[in-house]
Design a binder for this molecule. Structure first.
Ligand SMILES: [Zn+2]
Length: 479
């Protein structure tokens, strides 16, 4: 303990160090939540703790701010637990071993949990102080953000009177995040009719792709192996009679699939192989930059089950060529931001049905709905169906945001330049809060953190100092 005792601002680093002594990986947040409850009780602060260990702590306005709108300070209690190979620490039971290295705080051998412990430490330092001017502060600490935003999904926000929120889960000083995507998992299901078809069985592989995250990397131009397979099958079916036996590719709906494999039966093997060789050249040329190692191959194989009939084969090819995939719209508000996209991440064939599982994202909820309807419409025409799961709301860019304007003004004064206003094409807790609290005015900030979610995670001390000073000035002016 007391490795950080000499660092300014002392109260922030003291609470951060105390928190690091309590194991708090995702799913293991009762103790850290109870520590926050003890903090509140010791200071006679109102608090609300729930069964998922989310906790809200409220401190009334300081003199002169009684009429000001409350300010919500939000972060998450849980951290990602990762260790270097050979590190013996039991992160379920043991606290972290902090060390200071120049301008950086890190944890020996493990993640640091500055994502998002620094948010909790700063909020507690505000609640603890008697010399900081502020409106009513409502500190909101959620759990299990890292495993799926579960705390933000379950938390009851009724104790909150505020409708402006500073989320402190961003990792780059000077960047204000002001919008994120909502999403869901949409699965398109086609019933399969099979019948015997005599021909030559082939195993077709579309592989060697680059892949990537279906949110943050959907705009990199890499191909989706499942969708390319649709084109490959269509090209082969145009040259010879072809029946699909199965087509499978991808493991996670939020990863762009790098390989897809189809088993087919064809009437004319030579014609099919020629068509596949041509598609190999066509696709390698189209994707030579994002997917330089792309290949399409075919090899003879034994069919293990009857092929789909001709009508069903056509329907599968229709799905894999006509279902929307990839970027659907770019934002008009924020240049360069993907607004709406989807990714056919997992394609699986069972005996009686084919399932195509997509991850949908949009910062505009109505566009997500539009996509869902489009997919339902096509699948109804094909005699199939769709299911929707895991809906979460987007956080739409607010053209008029008094909080963002106030923060930008303070930032510009303190830093001598304007902040970068950014949006991300992935989910954030802010989206869930915006969904629960209509009219929420929200900005996400944070100090410089490097290597988050890895044992190389570290937090810049000087950046914490500047962000703290910035936060205090924002609170002071939030009348
Ligand atoms: Zn985080």
């Amino acid at each position: 303990m007391d490795v950080l005792a000499q660092l300014e601002p002392q109260s922030v680093f003291r609470f951060f160090e105390q928190m690091c002594a309590i194991p708090h990986g995702s799913g293991n947040t009762k103790a850290v939540s109870d520590w926050c409850a003890d903090f509140a009780r010791a200071r006679n602060l109102e608090y609300h703790q729930d069964a998922d260990h989310n906790i809200i702590i409220i401190k009334e306005a300081t003199p002169g701010y009684e009429q000001a709108e409350p300010m919500i300070l939000q972060g998450h209690l849980d951290m990602v637990c990762q260790k270097e190979p050979g590190c013996a620490k039991d992160m379920e039971k043991e606290g972290l071993d902090l060390e200071v290295d120049g301008d950086w705080v890190r944890a020996k051998g493990t993640t640091l949990g500055s994502d998002d412990g620094i948010a909790v430490a700063m909020a507690l330092a505000v609640l603890d102080a008697d010399d900081i001017a502020h409106p009513r502060v409502e500190a909101v600490f959620t759990t299990d953000e890292e495993t799926g935003l579960f705390g933000a999904a379950s938390i009851d926000v009724s104790p909150l009177k505020g409708r402006r929120m500073i989320n402190m889960d961003s990792e780059a000083e000077g960047v204000f995040t002001v919008s994120c995507a909502g999403g869901n998992t949409t699965t398109c299901i086609l019933p399969l009719r099979r019948e015997a078809f005599s021909g030559c069985a082939l195993r077709i592989t579309v592989g060697g792709l680059t892949g990537g995250h279906s949110g943050s990397e959907i705009d990199k131009g890499s191909a989706n192996a499942n969708m390319l397979m649709g084109r490959v099958l269509q090209a082969a079916a145009a040259c010879t009679e072809l029946r699909i036996v199965s087509v499978d590719g991808g493991l996670k709906n939020n990863a762009i699939p790098v390989e897809s494999v189809a088993c087919v039966v064809v009437a004319d093997q030579a014609a099919a192989r020629d068509a596949l060789a041509e598609m190999n050249d066509v696709l390698r040329s189209e994707y030579h930059l994002p997917d330089p190692n792309l290949f399409v191959t075919a090899q003879a194989e034994e069919a293990t089950q009857p092929a789909m009939d001709a009508v069903t084969t056509d329907k599968v090819i229709c799905m894999l060529t006509c279902l929307p995939n990839g970027i659907q719209a770019m934002s008009a508000d924020i240049p360069g931001l993907v607004q709406t996209s989807l990714n056919l991440g997992i394609l699986t064939t069972a005996a009686e049905e084919l399932c195509a599982e997509f991850s949908l994202r949009s910062s505009i909820d109505s566009q997500k709905e539009m996509l869902k309807r489009r997919m339902a419409c096509l699948m109804a025409q094909l005699g199939g169906r769709v299911t929707f799961e895991g809906e979460y709301t987007g956080w739409q860019y607010q053209e008029h945001s008094p909080l963002r304007e106030l923060m930008a003004e303070v930032f510009t004064e303190q830093y001598g330049k304007a902040p970068k206003i950014e949006a991300i094409h992935a989910g954030l807790e802010c989206g869930l809060f915006a969904g629960k609290m209509p009219g929420l005015d929200c900005v996400s900030i944070g100090p410089d953190l490097l290597g988050v979610h890895t044992p190389r995670e570290r937090m810049s001390i000087s950046s914490v100092q500047r962000v703290w000073k910035f936060l205090l000035e924002v609170l002071k002016r939030a009348r």
